[in-house]
Design a protein around this ligand. Structure first.
Ligand code: FE2
Length: 316
């Protein structure tokens, strides 16, 4: 049983081995002050965390991200959460798949299982509270009643505070190899794909994707997506960030794959943080049929043209 961002539900597919959540992601960046400034303006609760920063939201005690200093912006590691009864099974499962276990990364306090994914990215599987949702996200765009001014004045616009991490999108060397690895080793399932992007959900109930991949020539971090409660919050968040100097990005639009309304704000390192609302949810009872979609459905159902370098891997 877990409660994150208002969701209350036990959520486990009986007998099936799979991670239940992206517990957190970790990046290196050259200057922590830039990260503090960007993520706190984005609406996250940014806290000192050892030699780095921790990314929190108001709705949950969970640590969704960790930022440490390094020579350049780079995906540092990914941590996945599993149920307690599954950790030993994952250890056996990794051995059966010939995956070499590694030590935890230096400076990381961990009792989890460590290894590297098919692109060499450090991966941790640990026992953790299920931080992915176990029911559909609450979405607050309701029709406004008559005889009232429904929109606030700009000066009174509420501060947008994302509720939780929804997903991360990584650049990968080979889409098919990554889909196979994350399916067979971590027990995730393909939701939808095109020829250059793929979206995967957790078998114990999660958003349409808690991890996604984009074809590149090297691993890298493209974006982290943060759930908000309405299209209005997506728009207000984008406008607030633009007013604070972060006007580059892409949106407002709606994705085909995942169905979420989005606005991506470009961070100081050429990757993105996404405001996302009303993403599709795939419950434990659902045997979601993965589909291969046409390339033009990779990005949006509607919205402006993305910037020309939107899917450039600056870590390559
Ligand atoms: Fe996204």
């Amino acid at each position: 049983m877990t409660q994150i961002g208002g969701f209350i539900a036990p959520s486990r597919k009986p007998g099936v081995l799979g991670v239940h959540s992206v517990d957190h992601f970790s990046l290196t960046v050259p200057d922590l002050a830039d990260a503090q400034n960007f993520y706190s303006n984005f609406g996250l609760d940014v806290r000192a965390d050892g030699n780095g920063l921790a990314l929190h939201t108001d709705a949950a005690p969970h640590r969704w991200g960790r930022i440490i200093e390094g020579p350049s912006k780079k995906l540092h590691m990914l941590s996945f959460g599993c149920y307690e009864e599954d950790l030993r099974r994952f250890a056996d499962h990794l051995q059966a798949h010939g995956i070499t276990r590694t030590d935890p990364l230096p400076g990381v306090d961990s009792n989890g299982i460590w290894f590297r994914d098919c692109d060499g990215t450090p991966i941790e599987i640990k026992v953790a509270v299920k931080s992915s949702p176990s029911s559909k996200s609450v979405f607050g765009d309701l029709q406004n009643p008559p005889n009232v001014r429904a929109a606030t004045v700009r000066a009174m616009a509420p501060r947008v505070r994302p509720r939780r991490l929804s997903h991360v999108l990584l650049f990968v060397r080979d889409l098919n190899t990554s889909i196979k690895f994350y399916s067979e080793v971590l027990g995730m399932r393909l939701s939808d794909r095109t020829n250059f992007v793929a979206f995967m959900h957790g078998v114990h109930g999660s958003d349409h994707h808690m991890i996604a991949f984009a074809q590149s020539n090297a691993p890298g971090f493209h974006h982290a997506s943060w759930d908000v409660g309405s299209v209005n919050e997506v728009g207000v968040g984008a406008a607030t960030m633009a007013a604070r100097g972060f006007s580059r990005g892409w949106g407002l639009g709606r994705h085909v794959l995942g169905s979420n309304f989005f606005h991506y704000v470009r961070d100081p390192w050429g990757s993105y943080s996404e405001y996302s609302a009303d993403i599709d949810y795939i419950g434990v009872e659902c045997d979601w049929e993965a589909q291969e979609h046409r390339p033009e459905d990779s990005l949006s159902l509607w919205g402006p043209e993305p910037p020309p370098d939107f899917v450039t891997n600056f870590e390559a």
